[in-house]
Design a protein around this ligand. Structure first.
Ligand code: SF4
Ligand code: SF4
Length: 360
């Protein structure tokens, strides 16, 4: 980790003696490091040790959508090093109404009060695919500052307009502005992430004071135009962070084998199109293009978690099986993200597959 931060001035550029420092990993759910769901505990431990050496006190915070923070930390391999280093969990529990007087899409949001109570926030994201936002990197990681079920209400407000959701993510980033963002891409996730994709050793760690620039560079290393990341496009439009490669300086070890040629994005990428409100086109898109979730009853345990987190209430139990009302579904893929049994499939209609192929 020290060599990663050396070009940014080392940890001392971000932490002063006596600072209270919040580390914000991706703690989506309780999952062992080999699943590539959470930020690897070894990376978090390394950053925590550097902060302590610089004289800071370390807290680890998030608001996991499934399970409380203590359980997720314990089951994800964080407890041993947290005990060893004497670190304190900082669950996000209280809401703070945050204003955006500069008048972007949203004028106010409820975020975690706790995240604003530290001297420094260090954002420790995981490199993963994301069925809705294509990739989850540094900017998206701060959505964890939206507490519990409020996350679903943001999906509902955005509906199928993923640019609206991306704008919310960019505004959250702009308000929190972590001093430093680090993306853990040693063991990344490809395919249908962020919960049940496939672990993929990519072997990179990226760090920057600018999460937008960091996301843009990682996107390029994976072999994709920055345009696939709507957060980068929208941040650029609003003058938040830097997504223009002409103004991004990349330093560090020389990388071999990049950009990757075969990194697999989620099947759902075509759904990011904003489609017409004209009914015939809309119907055609819904039936033949838009990627949808489907519950595999052979794998489903009827636990009801997907139904209780579905923003429009599109999932219900009928005759003992969980079913999705396709008319209500907004393709947010929260059900896919939260099902621990891999029972939610991503189904891409023929034209959707075709469009995915020709748009690559
Ligand atoms: S699909 Fe998954 S989350 Fe939904 S009820 Fe079945 S097992 Fe539970
Ligand atoms: S069924 Fe799944 S994808 Fe559709 S709205 Fe509900 S949670 Fe989102």
């Amino acid at each position: 980790m020290e060599s990663v931060l050396a070009d940014l001035g080392g940890i001392a550029a971000f932490v002063r003696p006596g600072d209270k420092v919040l580390l914000k990993p991706n703690l989506l759910k309780a999952a062992g490091p080999s699943e590539a769901v959470v930020t690897h505990p070894a990376l978090v431990e390394a950053v925590a040790s550097m902060v302590i050496d610089a004289g800071g006190s370390v807290f680890i915070g998030d608001s996991p959508p499934l399970g409380n923070l203590a359980r997720v930390l314990a089951k994800s391999g964080y407890d041993p090093f947290m005990k060893r280093l004497g670190l304190t969990p900082a669950p996000f529990l209280e809401k703070l109404r945050v204003e955006f007087p500069e008048g972007r899409l949203f004028r106010c949001m409820d975020l975690s009060r706790e995240i604003f109570e530290f001297d420094t926030v260090i954002n420790l994201a995981k490199l993963k695919t994301h069925t809705q936002m294509v990739l989850t990197l540094a900017v998206k990681n701060l959505f964890g500052s939206v507490i519990g079920t409020d996350k679903a209400s943001w999906h509902m407000r955005a509906g199928r307009d993923f640019d609206t959701f991306a704008t919310a993510l960019v505004q959250i980033y702009d308000k929190i502005r972590p001093a430093l963002s680090i993306v853990d891409g040693i063991l990344a996730m490809e395919g249908n992430g962020p919960n049940s994709g496939d672990p993929r050793p990519v072997g990179i760690i990226g760090a920057s004071t600018d999460a937008v620039a960091l996301d843009a560079v990682i996107c390029a290393l994976l072999g994709f135009d920055t345009d696939v990341l709507r957060t980068c496009v929208i941040a650029h439009e609003h003058g938040i962070g830097m997504a223009d490669f002409a103004h991004i300086r990349v330093v560090g070890d020389e990388l071999h084998g990049f950009p990757l040629r075969d990194f697999k994005l989620p099947k759902s990428v075509t759904v990011t199109w904003n489609f017409s409100h004209w009914n015939p086109i809309r119907r055609f898109m819904e039936n033949h293009v838009i990627t949808k979730p489907r519950i595999d009853s052979a794998e489903c345990l009827n636990c009801g978690i997907c139904a209780s987190h579905c923003p429009p209430g599109a999932i219900s139990e009928e005759d003992g099986a969980m079913v999705i009302d396709r008319k209500k579904c907004i393709s947010c893929f929260c059900c896919h993200e939260l099902c621990s049994n891999r029972a939610v499939r991503i189904v891409q209609p023929f034209f959707g597959k075709f469009l995915s192929l020709i748009s690559r």
